[in-house]
Design a binder for this molecule. Structure first.
Ligand code: ADP
Length: 259
């Protein structure tokens, strides 16, 4: 089912039509390739947790009935793996839903300070050991052209990552709100493990995780930032990252301002 371009150089409407056709088929092929890659990535990513689960269930079956220690450990490890797969599935669904976001039917008006405030309150409830600071540089409300739900989803991804990648003695997150002529700018900074320069270019790829061994313990999926990238793309926003290994990371989210 390889696509072959039609070559017509008649210099008239037929040639124009052929060009439109070629262009369309080219886009379709890219789309199909992307879908294929997605399915193959997903199968690959599910293989590891499934193998781990399989191993633990076998252990349980063989030793768990007589050995309470094996029972406790393997049961907990199995539950952890199931939770991981569940999270991956939820995130894949979130990604898929963003593929067909209908910009016209969304309520595209986000009071950024309000949503940040709300997120900070929730965050403090769940992560009592973290210090979170909200610094709003503006003394008037700013609105961004994105649904509040989606903005909150994006912010939550960044806050979750700040938690996951901060060591116990540096649990500090800062959110800063500002603006320029075009964008409302939300900046989330942590003092976490940081990201190596060679990894920064790959952060937004599906399933990408820096230093796999280290992350295996932290237990993420590599999908959060690809959801964020899709959000930015859908709402004509931008994301910037600056980070230093062992010092911390800053993610900057920009969404178009509503005047
Ligand atoms: P996940 O966190 O589930 O692995 P993400 O797509 O959210 O997936 O992030 C991709 C990778 O980027 C992470 O695995 C981690 O290596 C790196 N990363 C993301 N946010 C941070 C952060 N705040 N500090 C350090 N590394 C980060």
């Amino acid at each position: 089912n390889e696509f072959e371009a039609i070559e017509i150089t008649s210099g008239d409407e037929i040639e124009e039509l052929a060009n439109v056709y070629n262009d369309m088929m080219h886009k379709m092929k890219n789309y199909l390739d992307q879908q294929k890659r997605f399915v193959s990535d997903v199968s690959h990513e599910l293989r590891t947790p499934l193998a781990v689960l399989d191993g633990h269930i076998n252990l349980l079956n063989r030793w768990g009935k007589n050995d309470p220690e094996v029972l406790d450990e393997s049961l907990q490890a199995s539950l952890d793996e199931v939770a991981r797969m569940k999270k991956m599935l939820e995130e894949m669904l979130a990604l898929a839903r963003l593929e067909n976001v209908d910009l016209s039917s969304e309520d595209l008006d986000c009071d950024v300070a309000k949503v940040c405030d709300h997120a900070v309150k929730n965050f403090s409830l769940i992560h009592e050991d973290f210090k979170i600071v909200l610094n709003n540089q503006l003394d008037y409300p700013v609105h961004a052209r994105i649904s509040e739900n989606h903005f909150e989803q994006g912010l939550r991804i960044l806050l979750d990552n700040a938690v996951k990648y901060s060591p116990d003695d540096r649990k500090v997150v800062k959110i800063r709100i500002s603006e320029d002529e075009k964008f409302v700018i939300t900046r989330v900074s942590d003092q976490g493990i940081g990201i190596g320069q060679e990894d920064i270019d790959h952060l937004f790829e599906r399933f990408f995780r820096a230093d796999k061994a280290r992350n295996r313990e932290i237990g993420g999926t590599g999908l959060g930032l690809s959801i964020l990238a899709r959000l930015a793309e859908n709402y004509q926003g931008e994301i910037e990252v600056s980070s230093e290994l062992g010092v911390g990371s800053t993610f900057t989210l920009k969404f178009p301002k509503i005047d």
